[in-house]
Design a protein around this ligand. Structure first.
Ligand SMILES: *Cc1c(COP(=O)(O)O)cnc(C)c1O
Length: 223
């Protein structure tokens, strides 16, 4: 199977134009991403800021680069000049730092807030109360160089699709609830980044607007 075939097959399976496909190219070399680009993809996701910054320099300018992994505050500067969307914002300190670098670069940086929906112990992501605290914090409205576009979540690593569905539904319900709240001008709750190679079908059924797909496009990762 070539990458082009994978992409065509995957897009035929999807047939959901309102859900965006983020091609997760982490660990893959530039020429592999170029292959996917030549096959028509323009949205790529990486989980390491340094790797993302290096790849961005050697690939075409019309690519939308998404940062999908945990982001350390001291790495924000590497991607702030060009990043299209940061998926995994998991603290107000990180948001403050992103805002600072948005200001420096004279651009608005789009962010999603990561919510911890899995049953597994996870280091990253807000729980529901923390998320609502952040949304209601008056400091949020002072961040003029960010825009919060929605929520991101990762389901439990399991083959139990019922469990995964419940977790995605929880995220969807949370988004719907926040939409009804009195939100500051830099919050526009519309995107739901959920679904990976093993659970994207369920994620789409539960209202995902962005699936993050690595393995199904690029094959297994070996590092
Ligand atoms: C690696 C990764 C993906 C893609 O995983 P696949 O199972 O290969 O599709 C999606 N989201 C995040 C946050 C990742 O780190």
């Amino acid at each position: 199977m070539t990458i082009k075939n994978n992409i065509i097959e995957f897009q035929n399976k999807l047939k959901i134009p309102s859900c965006k496909l983020i091609a997760v190219s982490k660990t893959k070399p530039v020429q592999t991403i170029r292959e996917a680009y030549d096959a028509g993809l323009r949205i790529f996701g990486e989980n390491k800021a340094q790797e993302l910054a290096i790849k961005q320099k050697s690939l075409p300018d019309d690519i939308q680069w998404h940062m999908i992994g945990h982001l350390q505050r001291n790495k924000v500067k590497l991607i702030a000049p060009f990043v299209h969307l940061i998926h995994a914002v998991d603290s107000s300190r990180l948001l403050r730092e992103i805002n600072k670098h948005g200001e420096k670069n004279k651009r608005t940086i789009n962010c999603l807030l990561q919510v911890h929906i899995a049953t597994e112990e996870a280091k990253f992501g807000f729980n529901e109360n923390e998320l609502l605290d952040l949304i209601n914090d008056s400091e949020l409205a002072t961040f003029n160089s960010i825009k919060i576009q929605g929520l991101m979540g990762m389901a439990t690593f399991t083959n139990n699709m019922d469990e995964i569905r419940i977790e995605f539904r929880k995220l969807r319900n949370l988004l719907d609830r926040i939409k009804t709240m009195n939100l500051s001008q830099n919050v526009n709750m519309q995107e739901l980044s959920m679904g990976m190679t093993n659970d994207y079908a369920v994620a789409i059924e539960e209202g995902s607007t962005m699936i993050r797909i690595g393995t199904a496009i690029f094959g297994e990762r070996y590092k």
